[in-house]
Unconditional design. Structure first.
Length: 362
């Protein structure tokens, strides 16, 4: 490229994100998208009614409220965290990027678990920081001792995804508390999937000023296309994090829509329970298929090992894709060798998936 030599070195080394399923959708009358943990239990018709009401309540000739201040207050009220601050962003990805750019200078280090959500590494690299991965235990639990031992003078942040993507397990709160107490660093706990899990670390905010909790509306609320994420943090940290954010990064429509969806929590809570019930059924059915070993999940997806001679996770993913069913091949991730990640779909979607898996593994 003619002007490539003027680009930052890190940009030249990055690769574009590619979602395999999107390039093949036209091949199938009814493709199953079980590769990005979207929530298909939420009714699209129900969503559209709320979105229409939100649209009618706004004047899009006007700029949105800077820093989504009104929505931030609404979320704080909803979560009952009025003693903390809420930073709303254009998806959790933007919030992750904001937090990293607030703390990380070139050469600074950020500790992450291995494996985990790849967005942390991406944003750290863009900030010219250094990622320090610490392997999870064989059972996917947090390995606290080596994590604390890996902290150096240039360590600025520690990221913990809980429930973790792609392993789907939630870390023990006692382990997270120990990292908060002994690390002496800001600890970011990403709770994107917390609504499908047993508990949350929100209650720890009152005890630890170095805790930042990340949340999203993409999973439980089924609003992945709306792109709204947020962080709950101490007011002291909020003072600095907001300085990094673009004041109008979240559209007026997205803000008004989320406010409307927050008023409909009862419906969402009902659907979350349906996801959890179907997750257990899917886990049981996967366990019955010879050659598959699903791992327990506290998210809306199930990590499953392909455990059959001559059959790899990549092969299973390809065979499913040829049938119009898309899952994520995680076989290149540490501790996830020969594993696929499967979004918990509706019963009808999962029945089709299970039938195809039985055929492939037979």
């Amino acid at each position: 490229m003619k002007y490539g030599k003027y680009m930052r070195k890190v940009v030249r080394e990055l690769t574009l994100y590619k979602r395999q399923s999107l390039g093949r959708l036209a091949e199938f009358e009814e493709p199953l998208l079980l590769d990005t943990n979207e929530n298909f239990f939420i009714s699209a018709a129900w969503q559209k009614r709320i979105l229409r009401s939100a649209l009618e309540s706004m004047d899009v000739r006007r700029y949105p409220v800077p820093y989504s201040a009104s929505l931030s207050e609404r979320i704080a009220d909803f979560l009952k965290v009025k003693d903390s601050a809420v930073v709303v962003g254009n998806g959790a990805d933007e919030v992750i990027d904001i937090v990293i750019r607030t703390f990380v200078e070139p050469g600074d280090e950020v500790i992450v678990t291995d494996p985990t959500f790849r967005q942390y590494e991406f944003s750290v690299k863009l900030a010219d920081g250094v990622v320090r991965p610490v392997s999870l235990k064989e059972d996917f639990d947090l390995d606290v001792v080596p994590m604390l031992a890996s902290i150096g003078e240039r360590t600025k942040l520690i990221f913990l995804c809980s429930p973790n993507n792609p392993t789907a397990n939630q870390f023990l709160k006692v382990d997270i508390r120990r990292v908060l107490e002994e690390s002496g660093r800001v600890v970011v706990v990403d709770e994107a999937y917390v609504h499908f899990a047993r508990d949350s670390v929100l209650d720890l905010l009152k005890d630890y000023e170095n805790l930042i909790v990340l949340r999203t509306f993409s999973k439980a609320y089924g609003l992945a296309g709306l792109r709204i994420g947020f962080a709950i943090l101490s007011k002291e940290l909020d003072e600095y994090v907001r300085r990094v954010q673009q004041q109008y990064s979240v559209s007026l429509f997205a803000q008004k829509a989320v406010e409307a969806f927050l008023r409909s929590w009862d419906y969402v809570a009902e659907k979350i329970e349906e996801v959890k019930k179907e997750r257990q059924r899917l886990f049981s059915k996967l366990s019955e298929i010879e050659g598959l070993k699903p791992f327990p999940s506290e998210a809306n997806f199930i990590l499953t090992r392909v455990d059959k001679r001559g059959c790899s996770s990549g092969l299973v993913q390809e065979k499913l894709a040829d049938a119009g069913i898309f899952v994520k091949d995680m076989g290149q991730e540490r501790l996830c060798e020969n594993c696929i990640r499967i979004t918990v779909g509706t019963p009808r979607m999962n029945n089709r998936l299970l039938a195809e898996l039985r055929s492939i593994l037979r």
